[in-house]
Design a protein around this ligand. Structure first.
Ligand SMILES: NC(=O)c1ccc[n+]([C@@H]2O[C@H](COP(=O)([O-])OP(=O)(O)OC[C@H]3O[C@@H](n4cnc5c(N)ncnc54)[C@H](OP(=O)(O)O)[C@@H]3O)[C@@H](O)[C@H]2O)c1
Length: 283
C-alpha cells in the first residue's frame, strides 16, 4: 500500500477508524472526509503517529447534504492528482424521519446518496488512477428489505430499522450496477458486511432501538475484527480483478434475491442520478 492514496468516509469512529489506521500502518496516505473538526483532528493525529512523515489530510462535509459532498469532492479532486481507493463507509440509523434540505429522507441521503455522489464526483481521478478500487460498506441487514420505488423517501410508515435495511440494500444494488457500468475501466467496485460490530453505531439514533443495540453489543465482535474485510478489499491482491461482489469475512457471499435484481439496480441508478442531479444515466 506504500504510496497509495485512499479517500475514506466515516473514519472518525468504529470500523472506518480502525481500517484507516491499519491502512496508514501499511504505508497508504489517507484522505478523510468527516463532519466533525474535533473528531477529525483526533483521528488525523493518530494516523500521523502511525505513519510519521506521511501527509494524511482531511476535508469536512456533512454527508447527508449533496452540496457539501460535491464541495468536498471538488476540493479533493483539486488536491489529489490520483486516488487509488475510495472507501464509502459513513452510515447512520435514525429512529425518526427527517428530510434534508435536498428533499431526501436523511437515512437514504447519508447511507446511499453520499456513496453515489462522492463516487461520481471522484470518478475521473479513480479511472485515471486505474487499477483502482471502490469499497462500499453494506450490511446483512439488507436481508428481508425491499425497495419501494413509489416511496424511496419513506414518507409512509417510517420505521428506523426498516429504512436503514433498505439503505443497505441500496448499497449492494448500487455496487453491482456501478461494477457493471465501470467494467473495463480498471476500477473494481465491491461491498461487504462487517458483521455485528461493537461501535457507536445507532447509539445516537434515539428511540427504543438505541437501547436494544446497546444491550445487544455484548455479543458483538470488536471494531478490529469488523474492519478486516475493508482492509482486505482495499489492499489484497486476491481481489485485484474481482468486481460487483458482496463480501463477508473476506469471502464473496450471495446477498438476498432483492439485491441480485438487475432491473432494480438499474432503476435505482437512474433515480439516484436524477435525485443527485448527476446527469450520468448514459454512463
Ligand atoms: N456496527 C455494526 O454492527 C454494523 C453492521 C453492519 C454494517 N455497518 C455499517 O458500517 C458503517 C460504519 O459504521 P460503524 O459501525 O463503524 O459506526 P460508527 O462508529 O457510528 O461510525 C459511523 C461513521 O459515519 C460517520 N457519519 C455518520 N453520519 C455522517 C454524516 N452525515 N456526515 C459525515 N459522516 C457521517 C460518523 O461520523 P461522526 O464521528 O461525526 O459521527 C462515523 O465516522 C456504516 O455504514 C454501517 O451501516 C455497521
Amino acid at each position: 500500500m506504500q504510496g497509495k492514496v485512499i479517500v475514506i468516509t466515516g473514519a472518525t469512529s468504529g470500523i472506518g477508524q480502525v481500517a484507516a489506521e491499519r491502512l496508514a500502518g501499511m504505508g497508504a496516505r489517507l484522505v478523510l472526509v468527516a463532519r466533525s473538526e474535533v473528531r477529525g483532528r483526533a483521528v488525523l493525529a493518530r494516523l500521523r503517529e502511525r505513519a510519521p512523515g506521511v501527509l494524511h489530510s482531511i476535508h469536512y462535509a456533512d454527508l447527508s447534504r449533496l452540496v457539501e459532498i460535491k464541495r468536498a469532492a471538488t476540493e479533493i479532486a483539486a488536491a489529489e492528482r490520483r486516488i487509488d481507493i475510495l472507501i464509502n463507509n459513513a452510515g447512520a440509523l435514525f429512529a425518526s424521519r427527517r428530510v434534508t434540505e435536498d428533499g431526501l429522507e436523511r437515512t437514504f441521503a447519508t447511507n446511499h446518496m453520499a456513496y453515489v455522489v462522492l463516487t461520481h464526483e471522484l470518478r475521473e481521478r479513480l479511472i485515471a488512477s486505474a487499477p483502482a478500487r471502490v469499497v462500499n460498506t453494506a450490511s446483512n441487514a439488507h436481508k428481508g428489505a425491499r425497495l419501494d420505488f413509489d416511496d424511496l423517501q419513506s414518507a409512509h410508515g417510517y420505521r428506523g430499522f426498516k429504512v436503514y435495511r433498505r439503505s443497505k440494500l441500496c448499497n449492494i444494488l448500487y455496487t453491482r450496477e456501478l461494477a457493471r457500468r465501470w467494467a473495463g475501466t480498471g476500477v473494481t467496485v465491491n461491498c461487504f458486511h462487517p458483521g455485528f460490530v461493537a461501535t457507536s453505531f445507532a447509539e445516537q439514533s434515539g428511540g427504543l432501538f438505541s437501547h436494544i443495540v446497546r444491550m445487544a453489543k455484548t455479543f458483538a465482535i470488536s471494531p478490529e475484527e469488523g474492519a478486516e474485510t475493508i482492509v482486505y478489499l482495499a489492499s489484497s491482491p486476491e481481489v485485484a480483478h474481482v468486481s460487483g461482489r458482496y463480501f463477508y469475512k473476506c469471502r464473496p457471499i450471495t446477498p438476498s434475491k432483492e439485491a441480485l435484481d438487475d432491473a432494480a439496480a438499474e432503476r435505482l441508478w437512474l433515480e439516484s442520478t436524477r435525485l443527485g442531479s448527476l446527469g450520468i444515466s448514459d454512463e
